[in-house]
Design a protein around this ligand. Structure first.
Ligand SMILES: [Zn+2]
Length: 102
């Protein structure tokens, strides 16, 4: 990160220099340096919160998918019950019809 020295106006590369290479002034109290650091901290906090929200969303959608699948599985029973009732009704009709002609 590059900041401007408040004492002489020279550019300080904070990745390589511990103080201003031109006048030797420290930059730990440099406003620009503090602002950038504060911004980075805030951004990383935001990233963390975003990731946390992302995980919660995934958990919630997994829960919804699970519930939907469970509901879907219980719905498979209905056609079977319907088929049994239909077969019984059909058998009953055949039974009644065969008795009518005797
Ligand atoms: Zn300087």
């Amino acid at each position: 990160m590059k900041i401007t020295c408040e004492h002489c106006g020279a550019v300080i590369d904070t990745e390589n220099d511990k103080k201003c290479t031109n006048c030797g002034a420290p930059y730990s109290s440099n406003k620009e340096y503090k602002d950038v650091r504060e911004n980075r901290k805030r951004n990383s906090d935001y990233d963390f919160r975003e990731r946390e929200a992302d995980i919660k969303t995934k958990e919630l959608s997994n829960e919804i998918i699970e519930k939907t699948l469970k509901a879907h599985n219980s719905f498979k029973i209905f056609p079977i019950i319907f088929a049994i009732i239909f077969i019984m009704a059909f058998a009953f009709i055949i039974y009644v019809a065969s008795n009518m002609f005797n």
